[in-house]
Design a protein around this ligand. Structure first.
Ligand code: HEM
Length: 462
């Protein structure tokens, strides 16, 4: 366990979250809770035991929260585990066979082909686009000086702006807010876990949520088709910008030299937007909330961004405390609250038997607040992620981006983006939670967001 010597414990901010359950819920109560807000179904045992196995509505489920056993699951024996049917049923209708939902050889080929697109140098090259989006959101917020703004919405706007600037340099041929609304509608529609999926009812039985998502899915597909056509023309003329779309269209498997089909390019664009914008926006939203409740952290962050601000915005390596704030926000409120896998063959995780076909879960929401792994687990303490304290965190105890071969491909992209956007927002404005605001508690809808939204007062700084 890491040990910390920083601000006195009673001065720390401990955000309100649903209390873990003492007793297991009955089947119908469980299904109701899982649909309304899955994080309310975690039990006290999950936060104290290294492994919890049990029979439930989804058959046998084993929740693993021991760093060594997680390494075994995600790395050493990763080949024995596939993304489970539940995840595929929930995500695949919207994302097609992009990297997030592909399996087996198809996934391996796509991952090899896409890896260079997210390497350190390419991601660094996106910093100007991220700074431009940061400057834009700062200007937008400054125009709302003294007003209450929907922080989650503003952060979603900013992360979509980053994706537009990095995927499609020339912008979408439509109102950017319309795309944002379509994506949000899509995630809302597929977000709640459908009991039909839990019970493995065949895909041909229509799900109400899925039907609602159809126009949003069609909208994506049409816009992206038009963009690919235009971009191929530009590439042939040697006039294409070096953004993610060009990189995707030009990507080649280093082993076979083969490129992606148009369908794969499209599926991955949709995947990057869906996997990358709300996750990152929610991380920023939670960070701004935590900062509004911790005056010392806010003052330290303001001092850092004031000193680091340059003509062209911010340089990511100059902002270590800003990064620590984001990492701590993702510890308390991991945008992907759980990951699940299905065993291909019988296995054993530690002393626990894993029957073929059963589900194994790693839940960052549980792992990041596990009583045996963290000092004062429910407190907001960004300093955990600085200097020697950071080194003492086990690689497999902190997994906002997952681990092993299926680790988030957009991890460095997102971290750099979060830090640059937060720096712009905090440099320009101060965010305060009005005293009459509804309680700010997490709601699990694919990602983790504030249940009643987050409407904060913004004030221009300086
Ligand atoms: C705060 C932001 C983000 C978080 C917390 C996050 C989290 C994750 C996690 C936990 C996984 C692994 C899921 C599993 O193992 O079951 C994942 C995979 C993935 N993420 Fe992210 N992600 C974020 C941002 C992004 C961005 C910005 C992009 C793209 C631009 C992206 C694209 C992907 C893709 C394509 C995969 C699938 C990788 C594979 O299976 O090979 N993510 N993400």
């Amino acid at each position: 366990m890491q040990s910390l010597t920083i601000s006195p414990p009673d001065a720390r901010f401990r955000p309100k979250v649903p209390p873990p359950l003492r007793e297991p819920l009955g089947l119908f109560a469980f299904l109701r809770a899982a649909r309304a807000n899955p994080i309310t179904t975690w039990m006290e045992d999950h936060f104290t035991a290294p492994v919890v196995a049990g029979e439930g509505a989804m058959g046998r489920v084993t929740v693993v929260s021991d760093p060594d056993l997680i390494r075994y699951l995600f790395v050493e024996n990763a080949r024995n585990y596939r993304k489970d049917d539940l995840q595929r049923r929930v995500l695949a209708p919207g994302l097609g066979n992009g990297l997030l939902t592909a399996e087996g050889d198809e996934w391996r080929l796509q991952r090899r082909t896409l890896a260079p697109i997210f390497n350190a140098r390419t991601v660094e090259g996106f910093a100007p686009a991220m700074n431009a989006a940061g400057a834009r959101i700062a200007r937008r917020l400054a125009r709302r000086d003294g007003m209450r703004v929907d922080v989650a919405l503003e952060m979603t706007r900013a992360t979509l702006d980053v994706l537009e600037r990095t995927i499609f340099t020339h912008g979408l041929p439509s109102d950017p807010d319309a795309l944002g609304r379509a994506i949000t509608r899509f995630l809302e529609a597929v977000g709640p876990i459908d009991p039909l999926d839990v019970f493995g009812v065949p895909a041909m039985v229509p799900r109400i949520g899925r039907l609602r998502a159809r126009p949003a899915i069609r909208f994506f597909a049409e816009v992206v088709d038009a963009l690919i056509d235009r971009r191929r023309d530009l590439m042939e003329a040697g006039a294409a910008p070096q953004d993610l779309l060009t990189l995707l269209l030009a990507a080649q498997d280093p082993e076979t030299g083969k490129g992606l089909t148009d369908l794969e390019v499209k599926a991955n664009i949709v995947t990057f937007i869906a996997a990358g914008h709300e996750t990152t926006a929610n991380a920023l939203t939670w960070a701004l909330y935590c900062l509004s409740q911790d005056g010392a952290a806010r003052a330290r962050l303001e001092a850092e961004v004031d000193a680091a601000a340059g003509q062209d915005g911010f340089h990511y390596p100059d902002l270590p405390f800003t990064k620590a704030v984001m990492e701590e926000a993702m510890r308390l409120f991991p945008p992907v609250p759980f990951m699940s896998r299905q065993a291909i063959r019988d296995d054993r995780i530690g002393r626990i038997k894993i029957p073929r076909g059963s589900l194994v879960m790693v839940a960052p929401y549980v792992l990041h607040r596990h009583r045996t792994l963290w000092d004062d687990p429910d407190a907001f303490v960004p300093e955990r992620f600085l200097g020697p304290a950071r080194q003492s965190i086990s690689r497999y105890a902190y997994l906002p981006f997952g681990a092993g071969p299926r680790v988030c491909i957009g991890q460095s992209f997102s971290l750099q983006e979060q830090v640059i956007l937060l720096a712009h927002a905090v440099r320009a404005m101060r965010f305060t939670l009005p005293p009459d605001h509804a309680p700010v508690t997490p709601l699990h809808r694919v990602t983790l967001r504030p249940e009643h939204g987050l409407r904060m007062q913004v004030e221009r700084r300086g």
